[in-house]
Design a protein around this ligand. Structure first.
Ligand code: IYR
Length: 222
């Protein structure tokens, strides 16, 4: 292995089994309350919450530590409107033409359709971009590795951080999403990965009565 002289001690503390079990159980309980929400209040979100959630997302592991992500936080009403209009145009095409009967049936319990008012109502849209390359200060291009895995993990951290802080989110993936790069004027080597709608739930919001798979159905211990 190549010798590396910039290693530092890991900040790690062993905990007893009981505290670990309690922490794991409490974390699971907290996460099990996370739900995708489609009706948002217009109430603004604290800037520091968004900033710390993005910093948490940026702690995700990534291929060769290239950190191949970029987050655009959209709060501007005019830009939100343009995103809504473009997303709804794509979604209409999806619901009316492109989606298979099987897909539409799978979506039916969620009650979704091509109308996306939340793209304007919610106070913040976080658009996550995946960087196929990183361009350094000198303009040199560096290849990034395992970009989907890395950005997927960072997005998971972001959703977790926002939920932990007391906000709700919706992962929205208009398809195709190329319009996001155009509207937000991102460079060509960045691809829109996901749009995370973020804010507070509208009053008395209801969510679909769904269940999560049991441990035995999602895991195998050998
Ligand atoms: N992007 C569409 C359709 C959609 C697809 C899946 I898979 C979902 O879990 C939810 C929606 C939309 O946002 O309506």
């Amino acid at each position: 292995m190549a010798k590396c002289d910039n290693f530092i001690p890991l900040k790690f503390q062993f905990q007893d089994d009981e505290s670990m079990s309690n922490a794991a159980e409490a974390f699971y309980q907290m996460m099990s309350r996370r739900r995708s929400v489609r009706d948002f209040s217009a109430k603004d979100v604290p800037q520091t919450v968004i900033e710390n959630a993005l910093l948490a997302a940026g702690t995700a592991p990534s291929g060769a530590n290239m950190q191949p992500w970029h987050f655009v936080v959209v709060k501007d009403a005019a830009i939100k409107r343009r995103i809504r209009e473009a997303a709804e145009a794509e979604e209409r095409d999806l619901y009316e033409r492109r989606a298979s009967e099987e897909w539409l049936q799978a979506l039916a319990p969620l009650g979704t359709d091509a109308n996306k008012p939340f793209l304007e109502t919610a106070p913040a849209l976080i658009v996550i971009f995946l960087k196929k390359f990183t361009i350094d200060e000198k303009g040199n291009k560096h290849k990034n590795y395992y970009t989907s895995e890395s950005v997927g993990i960072a997005t998971g951290f972001l959703i977790t951080a926002l939920h932990n802080a007391g906000l709700v989110t919706l992962t929205h993936t208009p398809s195709p999403m190329k319009f996001l790069g155009t509207i937000l004027e991102r460079p060509r080597h960045e691809r829109p990965f996901l749009l995370l709608v973020c804010g507070y739930p509208a009053e008395n919001v209801k969510v679909p009565d769904i269940t999560r798979l049991k441990l035995k159905d999602i895991s195998t211990f050998i």
